[in-house]
Write a protein that binds this ligand. Structure first.
Ligand code: FUB
Ligand code: ZN
Length: 629
């Protein structure tokens, strides 16, 4: 039996409710990515947990390995994230390799756990550098606990297996004893545990998990965490959550925190949290994120930059930040019912997150810049020129694994008697709505094209459908049973009352012509340049596709873009018209008079950004100087 991933259960006060499973991906892009993840990425990751020492770090605590502790202080979290991915995948169907890892890891964690519930190999080891809970700022114990809790929720929901949940609830109970109650102090240097605890509350009904998550949110902002090397803004600890209107500091921390804050709002209804979240969301989307959905423009501190500080080649845009932004976008949608939050989710998914993994599923980017210079000296983790098969700081690969393994949990939600489709991909979707049950087949090549055909298999009178119309769509048409209908588009949603009746076919057509975009003039790094986007897919120039040096070209934005011959998993290559503007004479100096453009127009081949770097190594750029005549 196939069990659909359900990363989030219906919250107490959501405007919409995530579905309780019931989604099976078909042979569309997301289904193919999920299968690649199962067949290649997860087995690759399991092997790396072995070779990099993550599993030995646990085994050595029970005398089953002589190896020294290896890796970073949060090495356990890679095990937990992989376990989460494996649990969702075992829910999709048995697999001997995945099952063997799952059984071994669960048994290992059970044996390693201390009597009081404590479980973190970096702090349990006899040769530990610090005592438990003595360094909340950088120790990552609560971060690791959060990932363990999320893995255990996956195991319970996908496999109905209580073993990991028993381990994780003992950890959570210890957290409640140590950090719960008004007399207690402390909160995590790296947020993550907040939304894990809220989800554990949803699963178990135990209020103390929600209370401690809320306490972590309420306590933040005291400046208590910044006393180490980084400043308090790095930890989002410079201002109280409710008084914060801007995104700052370490991007993954900020985005995990805001996911947790949204979850606390979703259970408490504390409107002061939601208004701070809305302000921060607007700040991120309008001033502090890349066209690709990437966030964190500074390598230093892996942090958000100033407003409009969005350099292309130095974009940090960590893969984990892309995933965390998807988590937050989904929760903002659940909180508000505004389908337009799905726009940022899909932008991040198909661009910065998809860029984080190679076409074959076994190599990864940690940072996802929007430009690679031809002579770039490849750093390890944070500035690799090519995707690497693992990282010393390996947070991103297992994060990708759990994301693809559970991606069906983010396609649709319910609002009363209405089913809302947020992301489009080939899938069977079954849901219990107020008034009855619905089942529908979604057939689409999205995002290759914008046609979505929905066949209702089961429905009931009055069952409604809402469809997200992305802001990038230059036009849209919808028909029910072959007849065009006009429905008002409000807040990115088309509402179709009473259409979910068995046998009905609903067709949505979204126009996705290639669009030429410019950046806000305040983004100095891209002033005078343009980028190309088709539907949600951002394009780039890659050297391997072009004969001319891509750092010496400009594009004529007035000339139409044509579809090229080659296809990629994210869309056709596109051909633009431009010219070469080479430096004069032998001069390649930084400063010189503006060279003449070549008379002869040249064809420039663009490919979906996330597909670059899978062939011949070389330069890449998303933003291309525009010819000014
Ligand atoms: O600190 C844990 C993870 O390592 C962060 O989320 C990533 O940014 C990387 O620094
Ligand atoms: Zn990462």
């Amino acid at each position: 039996m196939t069990v659909a991933a359900q990363p989030m259960a219906a919250p107490g006060r959501g405007a919409v409710a995530p579905l309780a499973g019931g989604v099976a991906l078909g042979d569309g892009l997301l289904g193919r990515w999920q299968r690649r993840n199962r067949a290649t990425t997860i087995p690759h990751g399991i092997e790396r947990l072995e070779t990099e020492g993550n599993l030995d770090n646990l085994r050595r605590l029970i005398g089953e390995s002589d190896a020294p502790f290896r890796g970073l202080v949060f090495a356990d979290s890679d095990v937990h994230k992989t376990l989460e991915a494996v649990a969702w995948e075992l829910g999709h169907g048995e697999d001997a390799r995945l099952r063997a890892f799952y059984e071994e890891a669960v048994a290992l964690l059970a044996r390693v756990q201390d009597d009081d519930g404590y479980l973190d190999s970096a702090f349990q080891r006899a040769d530990r550098e610090k005592e438990r809970w003595s360094d909340l700022t950088t120790g990552h114990e609560l971060y690791c606990a959060g990932h363990l809790i999320q893995a255990s929720i996956a195991a319970k929901r996908a496999l109905d297996d209580d073993r990991l949940l028993a381990i994780a609830t003992r950890v959570a109970d210890l957290i409640v004893r140590r950090f719960g109650g008004s007399a207690a102090e402390g909160y995590p240097g790296h947020p993550e545990v907040e939304y894990a605890l809220v989800e554990l509350f949803r699963l178990t009904g135990r209020r103390e998990y929600l209370d401690v998550a809320r306490a972590f949110v309420d306590r933040r902002g005291a400046g208590w965490l910044g006393r180490g090397g980084f400043g308090s803004s790095y930890y989002q600890d410079d201002t109280p959550v409710r008084e914060t209107a801007i995104m700052r500091g370490h991007a993954v921390r900020a985005l995990y925190l805001n996911s947790g804050v949204t979850d606390v709002y979703l259970e408490t209804g504390d409107e002061s949290l939601l208004s701070a979240l809305r302000a921060q969301w607007d700040d991120m989307v309008t001033r502090r994120s890349y066209l690709t959905g990437g966030t964190g423009s500074r390598h230093k501190d892996e942090a958000f930059g100033d407003a409009y500080e969005l350099p292309s080649e130095r974009a940090y845009a960590e893969t984990c930040a892309g995933i965390a932004a998807m988590h937050w976008a989904w929760r903002m949608y659940v909180a508000t019912g505004e389908l337009s939050y799905g726009d940022f989710f899909e932008t991040a998914l198909y661009n910065v997150v998809a860029d984080g993994i190679s076409e074959d599923g076994a190599a990864f980017f940690y940072s996802n810049p929007l430009q690679l210079r031809p002579d770039h000296v490849s750093g390890q983790q944070e500035a690799a020129a090519r995707r690497l098969d693992w990282y010393y700081c390996a947070c991103c690969p297992p994060n990708l694994m759990r994301t693809f393994a559970s991606i069906e949990g983010y396609l649709a939600a319910a609002r009363g008697n209405e089913l809302q489709l947020v992301q489009y991909t080939r899938a069977r979707i079954e849901a219990e709505l107020e008034g009855g049950r619905v089942a529908l087949d979604v057939d689409t090549e999205y995002p290759l094209d914008g046609r979505v055909r929905i066949s209702v298999i089961e429905g009931f009178p009055g069952a409604a459908l809402a469809l997200r119309v992305p802001a990038w769509a230059s036009g849209h048409r919808v028909s029910v049973g072959g007849g065009a209908v006009s429905a008002e588009l409000r807040g990115g949603a088309l509402r179709l009352p009473a259409v979910l009746v068995a046998g009905t076919v609903i067709e949505l057509e979204l126009d996705m012509p290639a669009q030429v975009l410019t950046g806000n003039a305040r983004i100095d790094a891209v002033r005078g340049a343009v980028a190309v986007r088709r539907g949600p897919i951002v394009y780039c120039l890659e050297q391997a596709d072009n004969d001319v040096d891509i750092d010496e070209v400009e594009v004529d934005p007035a000339r139409p873009l044509a579809a090229g011959q080659a296809a990629t998993p994210l869309g056709p290559v596109l051909v633009a018209t431009g010219a070469r503007r080479a430096p004069g004479g032998a001069l390649y100096s930084a400063w010189q008079a503006r060279p003449e453009a070549s008379d002869r127009p040249i064809a420039l081949t663009l490919r979906p950004y996330a597909t670059w770097g899978n062939g011949t190594p070389g330069a890449m750029r998303v933003w291309i100087p525009a010819s000014t005549g």
